[in-house]
Structure formats: structure tokens, C-alpha cells
Design a protein around this ligand. Sequence first.
Ligand SMILES: *Cc1c(COP(=O)(O)O)cnc(C)c1O
Length: 464
Amino acid sequence: MQFISTRGQAPRASFSDVLLAGLAPDGGLYLPESWPLFSAAEIAGFAGKSYQTVAYEILSRFAGESFTDAELKADIQAAYAGFETPAIAPLRPIAPSSNGGQYLLELFHGPTFAFKDIALQILGRLFARALNRRGGKVTIVAATSGDTGSAAIAALGGLANIEVFVLHPRGRVSDVQRRQMTTSGHANVHNIALEGSFDDAQGLVKDLFAQTEFAKAIGLTAVNSINFARIAAQAVYYFTATAALGKPATFVVPTGNFGDIFAGEAAMRMGLNVARLVIATNANDIMARALNDGVYASGVSHATLSPSMDIQVASNFERALFEACGRDGEWVAGAMSDFAKTRKLVLPALVLQALRARYSAYACNDDDTIATIKAVAAETGQVIDPHTAVAMHAARRIPASATPTVILSTAHAAKFPDAVARAIGRNPAMPQGLKKVMDLPEKLDILPNDLTLLRQFISSRLAL
Ligand SMILES: *Cc1c(COP(=O)(O)O)cnc(C)c1O
């Protein structure tokens, strides 16, 4: 299978090239040249199979020419061996009697207690394998709104020939999230607290890629959700959840960079029958406004109780736009370059129509988030995290129907004890794996939002 760029100007690339590169050289995002298709019978057959088996069935369709069956199987087994539950992504009924039933799809049972582990645990292993084969060194620079950083460190910390720089917005991630990143103790991990927002951090990473000579010299690459391997790995749980239910569901997805929900579109394009994909945002509602008003325009970034979604530029939306416009790379390139200049893109009627056929969107403020955590705890005894609460709030607003609703539960409540305590009056129980980071020494550097200083910092750490 070959991959193409959403901006139409990059040469076709193999899965391992896409994995190691992250962003396409024309600034676009990679997508498969054509989507692999699963028949209804194949999908129904996923019911009762292990998560790892389904992951292999799906990933091998993308990666089968770059890795052998044995390599893929070994890496998938190892990736999920450290998860707390053999189901990996268990589907938990939360309101079975209402309409089609309501379920939490729990995606936080990996080593860092957020859904980013599900893709990054595999990606790290495949990445090391591909790098080993190709030779050379790489420098990963990741912008994180809180959870990608620790998941990337858990997946890549301590590996040879890989240096990992993680930029988080200073003071905008939870204490637990910061400590998970800064206490790893790995010599190849460099934490930067950036004086700015997540969008500033993501912008700096994109600017670094644009400095092509420097990027080449350091072997710059990305493991953010712009890396297609993450989308492929995340598509798996849409299949396993649907197979477990035995019928199509509406998926409600707490959305920031649009990676997790685009994995749902990817699953649909691979043949999965999904009733609807519901985008749930916090006050950083660029995606809700895009869908509801037809204008994709970034506003000022708000610090909220669901910090992993404090994002005003949803990078993966470019992939959905590419599909919605009939894969017209030239149009996407023009639209993205206009957006970069004006911070605004008016969606053409046909594109908007195509998006609305698949997606709905709702925004939720902090008061609603707190009220939802409180209500869910009172009604069900379940303590949900603020990101899951944003999705639950959206789920409670979608019109009633006989279709099951699956709410993606993206983080463990204990990662956000302050918000949870505000809602239910007590701290959530802290799993051992999180408790330990609270006492370890932290290592981080503070940098202003400045490309030149960031380059200098990276160069000095790489001893260039
Ligand atoms: C990253 C993250 C999200 C948002 O996912 P995107 O793929 O960026 O849309 C939601 N919830 C949590 C807990 C996250 O870590």
C-alpha cells in the first residue's frame, strides 16, 4: 500500500516512510492512496476475537508491505502486554436501558492512563524497527496538550538513536500530567515547558519542519496525531466496539486535534457501519463552529478543565477536508495556505454537506463539565474524567434514538484530580502507576515561544 499527501505535491510513500516522516514534505498529511475494505462478514467475525487479533487484521492492511506478519504480531503483542485489562479497550454499559443503550469505551488502561497509549505503544515499537532497518538517528519533537507527551515518553524513552523533545504549554497541563512527563529519568527525553499555548507549541513544531535544512540535519520527525500510523491504530477500537455491540453505533468523541474522531471516519471508509460521529469540544470550539456555522476559524485559546483538548487548530481536520472535497489536493493546499494567513476558512457548500452527512458537533463549557461529572457519579457511581465528561455532555444532547451511543472515555479520572474533586467533593482513587510519579524528581526547561531559541536548545542537547 502506498500513501499520498493531502496537499497533492509529495511523492507516494510506503508505510515505513510515512511512519518515520510524520508530516509529508509538501506540508500535508499522509493518507492511504485507497482505503483497504473489510466486508460485513469480516467485520462481524471480529466479535469474540482478541483486541490484538483485530489490531493485526487492520494494521497489516496498511503496514503489510513494510513489516512481516511475525514482526507486526510481535509488536502488537508487546504493545498491549502492559495494559491493565486483557480487553485493552473494554466497552462498559453505563445506561443500558435508555434508548439504544449508552456505553463508555474505556481507552485509558495503558501505562500513562490516557488513550494516546493505544496508538503510541505500537508506534514506538514499529518506529524503532523501521529506524533500525533504515539506519541513522531521528529527533522527535512533539507538541503536547498533556497526554501525548507522557505516552510518547513511555513508548520511546530509553530507545537508541532516538532523541525526544516534548513541548507542553507551561502551566496549562495538570500536575499529574506534567509529572508523568518530567519524571521519566530517560537521558534521551527532553521536556520543555513553553511560555505559550498548545497551539503555539504545535506552531513551533510545524515551523521547525519548514526549516528544511535544520529538519534534515537532525532527522526531525513527528509522533503527533499527524502521523498516520496513529490513526490506523486508533481505528481498531471503532471496529471492536461495533463488533461487540453487534450493530452500528453513534460514537461521541472528545475532540482536540481531530485525530481520534478521524480514526472513526477511517474505520467507516474501511467498511465499518457507523451511525454517526459526534464531535464534542470544550470552550475551544473551533470544530463545533466549523460544523455548525460552516466557517473553520481559530479563536483565542482558552485554558479549560479538559486541557488535552485546549486546541484552536485541529490539524487532522485537513484529512477530513481532503476526503470531503473528493481528494482534491490542490484545493486543500490552497485552503490550508489561506487559513495559515487569515486564520479562517469558509467551507464550500459541498464540502460542508459531505462533512455534515457524517459528523455532528457540540461544545461544552467548564460548568457543564463539572455538572456532568457530578450527575454521572450520582446516577451511575462511575467517576469520569473531564474529557469524557465533555463527550458525555454532548451525548446527552443528541436526539434520542434506538441506536446505541458509545462515548469514548479518553483518560482516567485520577489524571485530573482537581476538576474531579470540584465535581464530586473528593479526589478520585489514584492508581499505583500514577501515585509513583508524584514523588519522583522533575526535569524540565522553560523556554519562551521563540523558534530561534528552540533551535538553539535542540542543537545544544544534540551536541551539534
Ligand atoms: C488527546 C486527547 C483528546 C483529544 O484527541 P484528539 O485526537 O486530539 O482529538 C481527548 N481526550 C484526552 C484525554 C486526550 O488526551
